[in-house]
Write a protein that binds this ligand. Structure first.
Ligand SMILES: *[C@@H]1O[C@H](CO)[C@@H](O)[C@H](O)[C@H]1NC(C)=O
Ligand SMILES: *[C@@H]1O[C@H](CO)[C@@H](O)[C@H](O)[C@H]1NC(C)=O
Ligand SMILES: *[C@@H]1O[C@H](CO)[C@@H](O)[C@H](O)[C@H]1NC(C)=O
Ligand SMILES: *[C@@H]1O[C@H](CO)[C@@H](O)[C@H](O)[C@H]1NC(C)=O
Ligand SMILES: *[C@@H]1O[C@H](CO)[C@@H](O)[C@H](O)[C@H]1NC(C)=O
Ligand SMILES: *[C@@H]1O[C@H](CO)[C@@H](O)[C@H](O)[C@H]1NC(C)=O
Ligand SMILES: [Ca+2]
Length: 540
């Protein structure tokens, strides 16, 4: 590709190289080349660049789903009218007749010969119950918008609608933009246009009235989600300064994510009315019909791939830079000398590839550290190479073990930043702060549970586990005593002992007069007897 056979002085060579690269980049469009073979005095070598796939029409790859069941018209067949001429009710929808059916796939087909094909819902015959429909689009792939989303409505645009997006394959959703003919009324949001947004709040979710007002069903069919206008805030009106946009993508938190999605969803909440109110005597003119959904986007490959191909029915980045994964979001096996990083748009024009490096390459020094260390050192007297300052709570020659006090997450890869989980042993209940390979701590006597923060039966917790002094089964407090938190019996005044088993009068001492009257009497009797016996026992 780039061949330099002569040998000009190095700075000039570098300059020429940069110049050529710049020409190449502008000829191809920016970031379209992941690498090129450069020949130097020492032989040819690959140069690596940040790269991304070309934008594509993602309509061709989307899976579309319409809810609720039965919202698509034609089963049973029905008639519908038009807003402009409500008494012209000649159109018919019949799911069983291919010429009269309006199934969801007509939102993503390629229309030929100017013939418009569209998905259509049932009419609003159940008015005033709302006419609701969801259109969910999924790709099973992270994508980045490159231009406006455009949804084409036949027979009028909805008066209320929400565009949602998901970045995690539909597990969680967030609103992308609200659309209404009256934003305050529909969503309690002030109406905004993208041009009202400043660079700092360009990722704000707004409610737009621009695409929901009635202008006639033929005059304006499109509802847009403006991407171009948002790009223009940084790149200029004609997007002539894309470098500036790419710089922002790197520096402004949330900007790239704003354009990223795996799923989209249109929530249609109220159809076009053709005026301000619903005419109850002709509900057959209210319905939704969509002929096309355009989604210009590119595969998100983290700047590690310039190609994204359909494989086994799904889009897949063709990863370079020794990365792998659907989005090139991991280093390939054996290339984990340092942590994975996305490529960077900076510095312009070619960016930084942030390639994964082979265990054995100079920066890896023949020592795999699973991405937990960037440095290795050679220990002379042991004749080994070892990773230095393992991070992420790892240790060992290859950072392949967890530090004491941590254990390995068995379901995480060894190069995962979170592979080591803190043992979290309870200080009071455990012998020490280390745990075994499944996270179990070593408990002191009486303690239990994986973290030793619990007690065995027969023990109570008080900054550690102690044997029960009393309980409700074996170690009952006696003589009316009550057991306080398994720690002690609270005895009535005249008893003592651990279980209140001992009378305070026993052994004849400390028997106060106020104690038990019955005992008191017995004691008196004993004294009397003794007094009586005393003279006879006394030796004369
Ligand atoms: C559309 O999706 C939203 C969010 O999941 C859900 O609450 C709503 O019930 C759905 N509407 C229909 C008509 O299926
Ligand atoms: C998504 O795509 C991946 C391959 O890229 C495939 O393994 C997986 O099964 C797909 N998921 C779904 C839900 O289809
Ligand atoms: C965006 O910021 C500008 C000025 O910084 C402000 O005038 C405008 O109201 C903000 N827009 C939104 C939607 O908050
Ligand atoms: C990726 O690994 C291959 C060997 O499999 C090597 O030839 C190539 O130079 C590596 N690329 C980068 C960017 O490190
Ligand atoms: C262990 O790793 C898996 C895979 O990365 C992750 O889903 C899980 O949450 C991790 N478990 C814990 C306890 O961190
Ligand atoms: C860790 O200790 C627990 C409880 O003693 C035990 O069930 C488990 O098998 C141990 N795990 C390993 C890997 O030794
Ligand atoms: Ca169509």
């Amino acid at each position: 590709m780039l061949l330099h056979t002569a040998s000009p002085p190095p700075p000039l060579l570098l300059l020429l190289l940069l110049l050529l690269l710049h020409c190449l980049a502008s000829a191809l469009g920016q970031y379209e080349l992941c690498k090129s073979l450069v020949s130097t005095d020492e032989g040819s070598m690959w140069e690596q660049y940040a790269c991304q796939p070309k934008p594509a029409t993602m309509r061709d790859y989307m899976r579309i789903r319409v809810d609720p069941a039965g919202i698509t018209c034609g089963n049973p067949p029905e008639r519908f009218c038009t807003l402009e001429n409500p008494y012209l009710c000649s159109d018919e929808c019949d799911a069983s007749n291919p010429d009269l059916a309006h199934p969801p796939q007509l939102m993503q087909d390629r229309e030929r010969n100017g013939l418009i094909t569209y998905w259509q819902t049932v009419t609003w015959r159940r008015h005033p119950e709302p006419l609701l429909a969801n259109i969910s689009m999924s790709w099973n792939k992270s994508l980045e918008l490159t231009d406006d989303i455009q949804v084409t409505f036949e027979y009028g645009r909805p008066t209320i609608m929400v565009l949602d997006k998901s970045m995690d394959h539909g597990r969680s959703w967030q609103p992308y933009q609200f659309y209404a003919d009256d934003c305050m009324d529909a969503f309690n949001m002030p109406p905004k246009r993208v041009r009202d947004l400043s660079p700092a709040n360009i990722t704000r979710v707004i409610c737009s009235e621009q695409y929901s007002r009635w202008v006639g069903s033929k005059n304006e069919k499109n509802v847009k989600f403006e991407v171009r206008a948002r790009f223009a805030v940084f790149a200029g009106q004609r997007l002539q300064n894309m470098d500036s946009l790419y710089t922002r993508m790197e520096s402004m938190k949330g900007l790239r994510d704003f354009f990223t999605f795996t799923n989209l969803r249109l929530r249609l909440l109220r159809p076009a009315l053709g005026g301000t109110y619903v005419q109850r005597d002709n509900l057959l003119k209210y319905f939704y019909a969509i002929s096309n959904i355009d989604i210009p986007a590119r595969c998100k490959c983290n700047l590690h791939s310039s190609q994204c191909l359909l494989q086994d029915g799904y889009l897949q980045c063709q990863c370079e830079h020794n990365t792998t994964g659907q989005d090139c979001q991991r280093c390939k096996k054996g290339f984990k000398a340092k942590s994975w990083k996305a490529g960077s748009y900076l510095p312009a024009p070619n960016g930084t590839p942030n390639s994964c490096t082979i265990a054995g390459s100079p920066s890896g020094s023949n020592c795999e550290c699973y991405g937990h260390s960037n440095r290795c050192s050679y220990i002379d007297y042991l004749n080994i190479v070892t990773c230095v300052s393992c991070k992420h709570n790892t240790r060992g020659q290859n950072c392949q073990h967890c530090r004491l006090g941590y254990f390995r997450n068995a379901s995480a890869e060894l190069d995962d930043e979170n592979v080591c989980i803190e043992c979290n042993c309870n200080q009071m209940g455990s012998v020490h702060d280390r745990c075994n390979a499944t996270g179990f701590c070593q408990c002191k006597d009486g303690a239990a549970g994986a973290k030793c923060d619990d007690c065995l039966p027969g023990y109570y917790w008080k900054q550690g586990c102690y044997l029960n002094v009393c309980d409700e089964e074996m170690l009952l407090c006696q003589n009316g005593g009550t057991c306080y938190q398994n720690q002690k019996c609270v005895c009535p005044p005249e008893f003592k002992g651990v279980l209140c088993q001992q009378s305070r009068c026993e052994a004849g001492k400390e028997c106060s007069a106020a104690s038990s009257p019955r005992l008191h009497a017995a004691a008196l009797l004993l004294c009397a007897l003794l007094a009586h016996a005393l003279p006879t026992l006394t030796p004369h």
